[in-house]
Design a protein around this ligand. Sequence first.
Ligand code: AMP
Ligand code: GLY
Length: 418
Amino acid sequence: MKKILLIGSGAREHAIAEAVKRSVLVCFGNSRNPGITALTAAYATGDLGDLSALRDFASANRPDFAIIGPENPIALGAADMLQALGIPTVAPLRAAAQLESSKSFSRELLEKHGIAGNPRFRVFTETDGIREYLEELGDEFVIKADGLRGGKGVKVSGDHLADIAEGVQYAEECLSVDGKVVIEEKLIGHEFSLMSFSDGRTIVDMPAVQDHKRAYDGDLGPNTGGMGSYSCPNHLLPFLREEDVQKAHEINAAVAEAVLKETGVPFRGILYGGFMATRSGIRLIEYNVRFGDPESMNVLPILKTDFVAVCEAILSGTLADLRVEFEAKATVCKYVVPEGYPDHPLRDEKIEIADVPKGVRVFYASVNERDGALFLAGSRAVAFTGIADTLSEAEKLAEAGARSVRGRVFHRSDIGTK
Ligand code: AMP
Ligand code: GLY
C-alpha cells in the first residue's frame, strides 16, 4: 500500500482524497475538513504559507509521494522542499509554477516560444506609456497584477474599471506591489478550462469544464472563487467543437514543452489552461498549476483509471504508457455558500445537510465540525456534484443536493441549465 500526503483542506482536496483508493492517506491543511478527516490516517493543520510545519509533518510521516491542491504552497516551493526530503510531488517545482504565480511569465513564455493563443499584451515595469497603451487598446483592456492575489488580481474594463483613469490607477497600484503589471486586450467569448495531467513530456486531458465565477444567477454579482461548474458526456461543451478543444490541447502541450526548455524542469502535475472561445478562435486567459476548484469535483468522480496510477505515471514520466479514461457522463457541481458571500459572509452559523439524493457526491469546503454539527467558516461551504447521462439530469441531482442544506446559505440554481 502506498502512503500519500495530501496538502490542502478544501472541497477540491476532499475530491482528491475520495479519488485516492487502496492507499494510506495523510493530510496537512489549514483547517480540519470533516470529509477528509474521515478518509485519513493522520491529519495536521497549520499555515500553508509557512513551509516549516509542512516539512515537519512530511518528515514525520514519510509518504511515498505528495499531492498539492492549492496554488500558494506550490508557488512558495513546497514541491522543491518535499523533493529535498526525497518525496516526489504531483505539483510543479517553483520554477515551473511561475506559470501561475507570474502572469507576465506565462504571456512571455507563449510569445518567446511562438505558441498561439495570446491576446495583445504588454508588461510594464514603470508607469511611462501605460495611459497611451490603454488608449491604444481602446477601452477594451484587462489589467493583471503579476503575482498571486487569490483570484482578485485581475480587473477588466467596463466591469471592474470604469475608464482609463481607473485603469491607470490600478496599474500603478500593481506596479507598486510587484514592480510589474500585465496589460492586455479584453477577450470576448465563452470561458472554459482544459486541465491536463502532465509528466513534463506527455499531457493527457481531462474533460473540458465551464466554471461560473459570479455569485448570483444569470452570471451577475461579484466574482467568487467559483460557484459551480459543469461538463458534458462527450467531454466537450455546448459552445465548443472537437477542434476547439484540440487547439486548447495543443497550447497546453506546447506550454509544457516550453516550460521544460525555459526552466530546465519538467512540469509534473496538473496543467490547467483557462481559455476563451472567441469569434477568432481559442485564446489563453491564464494558467493555473493545480486542479481547479470546483472543476476537480467534475472530473475526478468520473475518472475511470485508477487516480493513484495516474499520479505515479506523472511522477515517473510514463503517462504515454497509461490509458487514462473518463466516463462518458455529464457532471454538474454546485457550491452552497454563506449568505453575504463573497463580501460579507456569515460565519459560525449552523447548517444541516438533510436527505442528499442517492448518487449525489458531497464535498466539504469551508465548514467546521463541532459536537457533530456543521458551522459555516465564511468561504464556500459545501459542494454537490450530480453525475448522469445527460446534463439536465446531472443538474437536477446537483440542485437537489444544494437544496438539501438547511441554514443561512445560498447557491446558484442556474448552473448546468440552458
Ligand atoms: P483570475 O482567475 O482571478 O486570474 O481571473 C481571471 C478572470 O478574469 C478570468 O476568469 C476572466 O473572466 C477574466 N480575464 C482575464 N483575462 C482576460 C482577458 N484577456 N479578457 C477578458 N477577460 C479576462
Ligand atoms: N475555478 C477556478 C480556479 O480554480 O482557479
